[in-house]
Design a protein around this ligand. Sequence first.
Ligand SMILES: *[C@@H]1O[C@H](CO)[C@@H](O)[C@H](O)[C@H]1NC(C)=O
Ligand SMILES: *[C@@H]1O[C@H](CO)[C@@H](O)[C@H](O)[C@H]1NC(C)=O
Ligand SMILES: *[C@@H]1O[C@H](CO)[C@@H](O)[C@H](O)[C@H]1NC(C)=O
Ligand SMILES: *[C@@H]1O[C@H](CO)[C@@H](O)[C@H](O)[C@H]1NC(C)=O
Length: 311
Amino acid sequence: MGSTVLVSLLLCLVTSSVCAAIVFMMFVFRPVGGAVLCPLQCVCETRPWYTPQSVYHQARTVDCNELHLRRIPVNVSADTQVLLLQSNNISSISTELQRLTNLTELDLSQNHFTQCDDLISMGLSSLGRLVTLYLEENHIEELEDFSLRNLSSLEELYMNHNRISSIGPKAFAGLTNLLRLHLNSNRLVAIDSRWFESLPSLEILMIGENPILGLEEKNFMPLSRLHSLVLAGMGLASVPSAAFLGLDYLESLSFYDNRLRSVPRDALSVLPNLKFLDLNRNPITWGCIPSRLFITFSPSLVNDPPWIRLM
Ligand SMILES: *[C@@H]1O[C@H](CO)[C@@H](O)[C@H](O)[C@H]1NC(C)=O
Ligand SMILES: *[C@@H]1O[C@H](CO)[C@@H](O)[C@H](O)[C@H]1NC(C)=O
Ligand SMILES: *[C@@H]1O[C@H](CO)[C@@H](O)[C@H](O)[C@H]1NC(C)=O
Ligand SMILES: *[C@@H]1O[C@H](CO)[C@@H](O)[C@H](O)[C@H]1NC(C)=O
């Protein structure tokens, strides 16, 4: 940039019209990496970006948040790594993203997507390096089988606050590296353990605030790497004793704001690594447990969990 300024200053001395042209180009076209143009109204610049493991990177970022866009801009530069399209009015993707093979983060939250189907799948199919996908606060009703299959690098998928009532058994096929899945505040009435067969790496699952009719036996069985499970605000009145079978690494479990009348001892007894259990806002009536029902375990208590001693 410094040399560009110097050259333009030198040229200014030669002819004022060349100077005007250069200044126009510098300020109107906002170059990224020296040459590439930026979509109208968006901000294109290099910004800090952190991986889900908190590793710092510099990322070429195109910020088109809150622009009332109805389409993804067609002229996003091919070297873009982070594309922000939050709070627009976008309801479909066609070929706009196909060149963006280096995209690592895509934010499509607060838009008007209604489905996650084959069309979306096509639109996202070339994003083999995508690590983070935000689709929160859309109007998505359904996640079809294989709709995210090409996102083999995806580590974080945020779909909170949609209207999802149906997820195909193979909807997450291909997401073998997914670490974090957020499905809070949707309209799911059941949790299907087949979803999780595609998610061998999953560490965090948030699926609270869904009108689930009840948990099933072995409901999370394939999630052998899961650390943290949030089942808050689901109206759960009971938990089947084998519901958590297979969750050998689960450390943290939240039942915040359910209708449990007692601590689900049997279900919890299969969780050898549980350290944090949140039972706040449940109508647990018997008197001996502290009123604040957030129980912190220490590893030495694994075989003698506090609720057993308290009972
Ligand atoms: C990018 O595309 C939009 C819409 O097609 C157009 O209005 C705008 O001028 C283009 N911007 C550049 C820098 O090419
Ligand atoms: C994508 O990133 C690689 C390096 O990781 C780079 O060599 C390549 O040029 C980039 N592609 C585009 C279109 O910028
Ligand atoms: C969003 O787009 C729809 C048509 O796709 C239009 O009816 C609606 O007015 C738009 N809303 C906003 C806030 O721009
Ligand atoms: C997406 O995945 C399908 C099935 O795995 C594959 O046939 C297709 O070539 C992939 N598309 C891209 C653009 O990688």
